[in-house]
Design a protein around this ligand. Sequence first.
Ligand SMILES: Cc1cc2nc3c(=O)[nH]c(=O)nc-3n(C[C@H](O)[C@H](O)[C@H](O)COP(=O)(O)OP(=O)(O)OC[C@H]3O[C@@H](n4cnc5c(N)ncnc54)[C@H](O)[C@@H]3O)c2cc1C
Length: 349
Amino acid sequence: MGLVRQADAPLRGLNTFGIDARARLLWRLESLDDLPQLCEVLRDDAGKGHPQPPLILGGGSNLLIADDPQQPIVQMALRGLRIAQDDGNTVIVEAAAGEAWDPLVRWTLSQGLAGLENLALIPGTVGAAPIQNIGAYGVELRNHFESLDTVNLEDGTFRSFDATDCAFGYRDSVFKRADAAGRLVTAVRLRLSRVADLKLDYGEIRTELAESHITAPTPTDVADAVSRIRRRKLPDPAVIGNAGSFFKNPQIDAGQATALAAREPGLPCWPSGDQVKVSAAWMIERCGFKGMRVGDAGVHARHALVLVNHGHARGNEILALASRIRDAVATRFGIRLEAEPMVVGAPQL
Ligand SMILES: Cc1cc2nc3c(=O)[nH]c(=O)nc-3n(C[C@H](O)[C@H](O)[C@H](O)COP(=O)(O)OP(=O)(O)OC[C@H]3O[C@@H](n4cnc5c(N)ncnc54)[C@H](O)[C@@H]3O)c2cc1C
């Protein structure tokens, strides 16, 4: 335990794109007791004129490291899981931010707690889950969110956030705004239930369950089904570097969607609140990028939304390809794509 310091730290194994960058300085935080010391060393670093705020690193599965980061990196490694409150049916689970997400899902299921089953097998840490309000198979983190704790690494002050404070949106929260940089999430509390309310109507969950001859699924059956579908469908970062979906599905107003669908027959659209979501993957494919490769930077051959590192791509090469895609989609469809991962060492796309 303790605050672990590493200078000139290799980052290839710490980001799922497998970008071979190096960090000038990396601090690994394993205990809350070390927070005052962490804030102090960061202040010293700032005093020497090094860029701040620090970059907070979880599992590195939603990052594109375009260039060697010059700001210090704080690697979140706080561990701990507990039941914080239990009224019989509703249970509040508290997890330290450095816990891995999928094992947390499995732990809650082993406690007989339902809610997170559709979010099984999403890579990354608990602390990063609220940053972009992770979502999959019709469920988002915000559906089960209770509150979280943060510390401001600049001055060491603590603050808890409830769901309203977090301002969750589609792959979005207040923590994606520039003024939240340097605010470290230390723990997240989730509201789960002993009574399952299964969401089976999204994607292939029902078909997957039927093929396994499961007629009365438990939350664990659903997590298993979602995990099997994800393993089949999504490229494994251990095999080919990627950060999952690189672009969000744009949300546009209904009038614009109708006009676009008339011009572009087959464009997949679905309602999203009072707006309409359109398929980014479809537009990228129509622009001819699916399967494209420029050096070692590429677009996955089966998933137009997934940018990949075929081996030794630099982060800025992947970023350049992402910019080309964004410009081509804007020219043809009049829609500006927004990147999901955080870009490090270059302006956000
Ligand atoms: C194969 C694959 C599939 C994926 N599928 C999905 C999916 O279905 N749904 C989905 O929503 N996402 C998906 N993702 C994206 C990613 O898994 C999630 O966004 C995940 O929550 C990122 O966690 P992380 O710990 O790796 O975060 P990192 O990549 O380390 O960080 C992401 C952002 O969060 C910030 N951050 C991390 N930890 C903290 C903290 N403790 N305090 C403050 N800020 C922090 C970082 O500074 C950065 O801005 C997928 C990624 C991959 C590679």
